[in-house]
Design a protein around this ligand. Structure first.
Ligand code: ZN
Ligand code: ZN
Length: 393
């Protein structure tokens, strides 16, 4: 597949999606990633697409009119007291997701990016499209949650259903359960949602258990793989590979929409997983293969969580783009995990953080200690996937 088949959707307006200075959601990660890809010559100008903005009509695919009205009103520099009193009702005054000036514009720009990526693929303009600004999978129809205001993933999927009538498989690899997208399509048999994550017993949003299987006509088109805390690469990949391939073979989608939160990495401050960069090279490869095998290549990839913006996100998301382009550098990295990152990039960004940046594309696992309860964790995860897949041939 030639590299012209992948497009990179980006608008600088998505950088204005910003709660406050101390908030873990930090869009500088998009700059770090873009700079790394440019440095290695993997992102060409003609691959970059400026997205359209989302109209209210788009947002209404998923969100309630009253909620959109609240988001707009609370986006004012000084919102009216009538609205600030109601902020709690719409989930917009929590520590995680506080309202901020221009939040509607920033959140709508993100939705526009995911819609543009969806149209680029569905219209046949390209086979694969990446929108790293997207993947805000926790937003609910009438409520903000977990750093997410508008659910660009759900809106893009609803748009694909409406305009193209395609069957959509949503694959969510963020460490948090993709709850918002799951609930959006819980009764829809033409959208299958699959999420692999740390179990909701210990992590936000507290859902995503194996027994959540969809409802009414949608029963059997929802899959959850909740893994134990401190899961490592081997077990995470075994669980992902075995389940996602079976789900895709049975559901037979026309297009895959994937969410690539990279917060299951051991360095991530918000979860308790112990995975390395290896899973962020291997998971996209599996999704890519499935997109070609079942969907004629149609694949829309979105960003998501990722709170170690220095050591994890730029490498993980660059690996995803390399995969989408069949970039030869990826083969070199898989043959030699300690392939060095480009020195100018390291020098530029090391000045801006006190965290020592890793010097290589994948992690040097000889420096990592094994998790003492490894066998028990692996066995529990295997039992989980057995239950999650029990109705699948
Ligand atoms: Zn491809
Ligand atoms: Zn997350």
């Amino acid at each position: 597949m030639s590299s012209a088949n992948a497009l990179f959707v980006h608008h600088n307006d998505t950088l204005t999606y910003r709660f406050n200075d101390d908030h873990p959601f930090n869009q500088n990660r998009l700059k770090l990633t873009g700079d790394l890809l440019t440095q290695i010559g993997a992102l060409r100008q003609e691959q970059i697409v400026l997205p359209r903005t989302a109209a209210d009509e788009d947002l209404l695919h998923i969100h309630q009119p009253k909620y959109i009205e609240a988001v707009k009103a609370l986006s004012e520099a000084e919102p009216a007291a009538d609205w600030t009193r109601l902020a709690e009702l719409f989930g917009l005054n929590t520590e995680e997701t506080p309202y901020f000036a221009q939040m509607h514009e920033a959140a709508a720009a993100i939705v526009g990016g995911s819609l543009t990526a969806a149209d680029a693929v569905m219209s046949g303009r390209c086979l694969h499209a990446l929108h790293l600004g997207g993947g805000l999978h926790h937003a609910l129809s009438g409520r903000a949650a977990g750093f997410c205001i508008y659910n660009d993933a759900s809106i893009a999927i609803a748009h694909i259903r409406k305009r193209y009538g395609a069957r959509v498989l949503y694959i969510d690899t963020d460490v948090h359960h993709g709850d918002g997208v799951q609930w959006s399509f819980y009764t829809d048999p033409d959208v299958c949602t699959y999420s692999i994550h740390e179990t909701g017993k210990y992590l936000f949003p507290g859902t995503g258990f194996v027994h959540e299987r969809g409802e009414s006509d949608g029963y059997g088109t929802c899959f959850n793989i909740p893994l134990e805390p401190f899961t490592e690469d081997e077990s995470w990949m075994q669980c992902f590979r075995e389940t996602v391939v079976r789900v895709t073979s049975v559901f037979r989608p026309d297009v895959i929409v994937s969410q690539h939160g990279c917060d299951a990495h051991a360095y991530d401050p918000l979860s308790h997983q112990h995975c390395s960069m290896r899973i962020y090279a291997e998971m996209p490869a599996i999704i890519h293969e499935l997109a070609h095998r079942f969907c004629g290549g149609r694949w829309i990839a979105l960003g998501g969580g990722g709170y170690d913006i220095w050591r994890v996100v730029p490498r993980a998301w660059s690996l995803l783009w390399l995969e989408m382009n069949d970039d030869p550098l990826l083969r070199a990295i898989k043959e030699n995990p300690l392939t060095p990152l480009p020195r100018p990039w390291l020098e530029r960004w090391q000045q801006k953080t006190s965290l020592p940046l890793p010097a290589t594309w994948l992690d040097d696992l000889t420096e990592w200690e094994a998790i003492p309860r490894r066998t028990e964790i692996c066995n529990r995860n295997l039992r989980t996937i057995e239950i999650a897949m029990q109705d699948i041939p």
